[in-house]
Design a protein around this ligand. Structure first.
Ligand SMILES: O=c1ccn([C@@H]2O[C@H](COP(=O)(O)OP(=O)(O)O[C@H]3O[C@H](CO)[C@H](O)[C@H](O)[C@H]3O)[C@@H](O)[C@H]2O)c(=O)[nH]1
Length: 341
């Protein structure tokens, strides 16, 4: 397939780009480099610098089979302070991308949604049909795009998949032995910050909130390895069909084992780790001290997010290969020591 990867210079988009290339697909990366890095895009891949808002319409034409859309701001805490940034980038950008796809006749899209759409769930693990009560503008902006995709699939017969990521971490090992990992600037995610502390680059870390209704009072999160997460995108693509009747633009009968419409899948390991446990695992993997203090809660953080990925397992055949948190932290640590020192 010929695919546009919007946000392909970021952590997740960069790893998915590599897996797509390894699988023989042709990839064009579109990224405005607001948070992505040009050197994350593999050599030989056509790279276009720009925002999805306007540049997607210039790049897309009928030779493209589909789009994978990662281009978004992702910090829940920041979204509480600057909500307009999240609506404009995450929602408006996605709507303009859908316009561009419609004009060019591109009819498949895999979208990076998030566990952040759920808010505080009524029960764990969280299934896709659970109520969505986003606790911050970041989650709300992603939920709005999920809803827009449902409408687009119903109205125009496109095939759309929303993958709701839980907490993505670790580093991807490429076939040539190089690694691709997390490099946010400034860093706000728990595991990379804990590794910076272990490496002596920070004096300590703050755990936001010690009075949540969880076993040790700190938040529970479900960590999923970046390579496992990236693989789910290829599986999703392989189950999508939306060949349109050129006369009506409507979906024809799907090929065997492929489906159109809008589908949503949670991607997590199904196991929750508290923030304190993450610090403990980081200590044990690195063999270094990781001092922390309990600080006030961060606005917009739900207490517990743990996935049921049963639907992805059954419908996509997705089975995480590296689900253990020590393995995830160990790969992140190896990347950190190789690349970031
Ligand atoms: O210095 C820190 C950083 C984080 N945390 C805590 O660690 C947990 C995980 O926080 P992260 O910032 O690492 O990740 P989030 O859970 O906020 O969000 C991540 O997972 C979400 C889905 O759960 C979204 O996909 C989002 O894009 C992605 O950043 C939270 O309880 C947070 O409060 C700390 O205590 N101290």
């Amino acid at each position: 397939m010929k695919l546009l990867v919007a946000g392909g210079a970021g952590y997740i988009g960069g790893v998915v780009t590599r897996l797509l290339l390894d699988a023989g697909h042709e990839v064009v990366v579109l990224d405005d480099l607001s948070t992505g890095r040009r050197d994350s895009v593999p050599d030989g891949v056509r790279f276009v610098q720009g925002r999805v808002h306007d540049v997607a319409a210039e790049v897309l034409d009928s030779s493209f089979d589909g789009v994978l859309h990662f281009a978004a701001f992702i910090e829940a805490g920041e979204s509480v302070k600057h909500p307009e940034k999240y609506w404009e980038n995450n929602l408006v950008g996605s709507l303009r991308l859908l316009d561009a796809m419609r004009s060019a006749g591109v009819r498949k899209i895999v979208f990076s949604s998030t566990a952040g759409v759920y808010g505080d769930p009524d029960q764990l693990p969280i299934v896709e049909t659970a109520a969505a009560r986003p606790p911050n503008p970041y989650g709300a902006s992603k939920l709005a795009v999920d809803l827009a995709l449902s409408g687009e699939a119903t109205a125009y017969g496109i095939a759309a998949v929303s993958l709701r990521y839980f907490n993505v971490a670790g580093a991807h090992r490429c076939p040539d032995g190089t690694m691709v990992g997390e490099r946010h600037d400034p860093e706000s995610h728990l595991i990379p910050i804990a590794l910076q502390v272990a490496a002596g680059k920070r004096d300590g870390l703050q755990l936001y909130g010690g009075d949540y209704p969880t076993p040790d009072g700190t938040c529970l999160r479900d960590y999923i390895h970046i390579t496992d997460l990236a693989r789910a995108h290829l599986l999703a693509l392989s189950t999508m069909d939306c060949d349109a009747d050129p006369a009506t633009g409507r979906l024809t009968v799907p090929r065997e084992s492929a489906t159109g419409g809008h589908r949503i899948y949670n991607l997590g390991s199904g196991t929750g780790f508290s923030n304190r446990e993450v610090v403990e695992v980081t200590r044990s993997v690195t063999g270094r001290p990781v001092p922390f203090e309990i600080a006030p809660r961060r606005a917009g953080d739900p207490a517990s997010l743990v996935a049921s990925s049963e639907k992805a397992r059954v419908e996509l055949g997705w089975v995480p290969q590296r689900p253990s948190l020590p393995d995830i932290v160990s790969d992140a640590w190896e990347f950190y020591r190789r690349e970031l020192h």
